[in-house]
Design a protein around this ligand. Structure first.
Ligand code: PMT
Length: 265
């Protein structure tokens, strides 16, 4: 019937014994209620493909180049799209998040693997949201065996990875949303990326700002569309931002009225 069961939890009970039967923590109960209230079906019939998390580019069998992406923003988007009735494929880099129910997950480690997984998942009229933090460079010649420490310094030679958004063969009707992670001149750099990446919308975040960007549970973003003034989404839980991004993408008028609402932070 679509009911979601919360708790009971295991722990010390009022009867003086330990076992299953404790009330779930109030914040878990509130979270479940909010999730149920948010459930809509306005994206029924939509196919949404979302990339999340970092990529890893091997230096040798034990070391790699990566970045601070936790995957939380991309997973929040995937869960929001699922809860609104979309079919969702999540292309996930290596992250420590639990696999969300009701979402098909394809794993990728490197930028090249992520490109291949996304290419295979694309279909006409789908929507691709690129929240992943894909490495721009990879070691040109990864070592087959663990590199030994030597007294002297060492130099790594890097080669560009494929730019996924610019390399994809796009089926007809594909809608593309890019992200931009910047640390200065956010709107200028993001505006350039919106054009360079061929996206209809870009979600820009300043990852040097407290409460925004990598790892945390909240974000503060700007939505850019060609020839339109940027829309600011004030700091809010990533899950709230995710719903606002989907609102702006699939029903722009309703997004405007909800942006001043509950921030979940
Ligand atoms: O994962 P979290 O910890 O929750 O953090 C969220 C986030 C900061 C990772 C997310 O909000 C975000 O900004 N994601 C994009 C990060 C990024 O790589 O931005 P960029 O400005 O370097 O890339 C621009 C766009 O091109 C992005 O959509 C990116 O996915 C895409 N790209 C980048 C490199 C590459 N080789 N191919 C690409 O397609």
């Amino acid at each position: 019937r679509g009911a979601e069961i919360v708790g009971p939890e295991i722990g010390y009970l009022a009867e003086g014994t330990s076992g299953i039967g404790r009330l779930a923590p109030p914040e878990l109960i509130v979270e479940a209620i909010l999730r149920a209230l948010r459930r809509r079906s306005d994206l029924a019939g939509q196919m949404v493909i979302i990339s999340a998390g970092p990529t890893r580019e091997a230096i040798d069998p034990v070391r790699y180049i990566s970045n601070r992406s936790s995957g939380k923003m991309g997973y929040a988007l995937a869960e929001a799209a699922r809860d609104r009735g979309a079919r969702v494929i999540l292309i996930s880099g290596p992250v420590a998040l639990a696999q969300p129910a009701g979402i098909r997950i394809l794993r990728a480690t490197t930028a090249q693997e992520m490109l291949d997984r996304i290419q295979d998942a694309l279909e006409p009229n789908a929507t691709l949201i690129m929240a992943a933090a894909v490495a721009d460079y990879a070691p040109a010649d990864p070592a087959a065996h663990k590199l030994k420490r030597s007294g002297a310094g060492t130099t790594l030679s890097l080669a560009p990875t494929p730019d996924i958004l610019r390399s994809l063969r796009r089926p007809t009707g594909l809608r593309v949303v890019a992200f931009a992670a910047e640390t200065r001149d956010l709107l200028t750099h993001a505006g350039d990326k919106l054009l360079a990446k061929g996206a209809e919308m870009l979600v820009a975040n300043d990852v040097s700002e407290e409460g925004a960007g990598f790892e945390g549970d909240s974000n503060h973003v700007w939505l850019l569309k060609p020839d339109q003034p940027p829309i600011e989404l004030p700091r809010a839980a990533k899950r709230v931002i995710a719903d606002q991004v989907l609102d702006e993408l699939f029903s722009p008028a309703s997004a405007r009225t909800e942006i001043d609402g509950d921030t979940g932070v």
